[in-house]
Unconditional design. Structure first.
Length: 159
């Protein structure tokens, strides 16, 4: 496994990449220093302060164990019946969503939370806009890209 700390310039560049890709503004100074770890080929965990993001295949998304990073994204709250399917990698279907934040356009990162305690159990890419999802009765709304117990979850434990 490789671990390294990025220079101030490279950290600033990485911060810009994460913000641009995820369409968000992190409240961090440009001088923040990023640390990286690559536990497996092609999977890099990038950490800024207490926020951890995963970089793989050219995309970024927040790591579920990083509550500060997950808190930056809109949420979809799912009922108990959907949880077992999501933890096996299934996409988030509209009938399983109890409530949702309007995430705007399609192809946005959305945190998927369980209904009882509000804990994040998955991260997904929206396949439809937030307003479209609100009006849907059936179909897939979010593509599941990271969930509790998946390979990213297990790889992070090795760091």
């Amino acid at each position: 496994m490789k671990k390294w700390v990025l220079s101030r310039r490279d950290s600033g560049d990485m911060l810009d990449k994460v913000q641009d890709y995820l369409h968000l503004k992190l409240d961090l100074p440009k001088s923040v220093q990023a640390s990286c770890a690559e536990p497996a080929e092609g999977i890099v965990f990038v950490e800024f302060d207490d926020m951890t993001f995963v970089q793989t295949e050219g995309q970024f998304f927040p790591y579920l164990g990083s509550t500060k990073a997950i808190g930056l994204f809109p949420s979809a709250v799912v009922d108990e019946g959907a949880i077992k399917f999501l933890l096996n990698g299934a996409d988030v279907m509209r009938p399983g969503i109890r409530k949702l934040d309007n995430w705007g356009d399609a192809e946005r990162c959305v945190a998927v939370r369980e209904e009882k305690k509000g804990r994040a159990i998955a991260v997904g890419w929206s396949t439809v806009s937030g307003s479209e999802a609100e009006s849907m009765k059936k179909g897939s709304c979010l593509k599941n890209i990271h969930h509790v117990g998946d390979r990213f979850w297990e790889l992070y434990k090795t760091i």
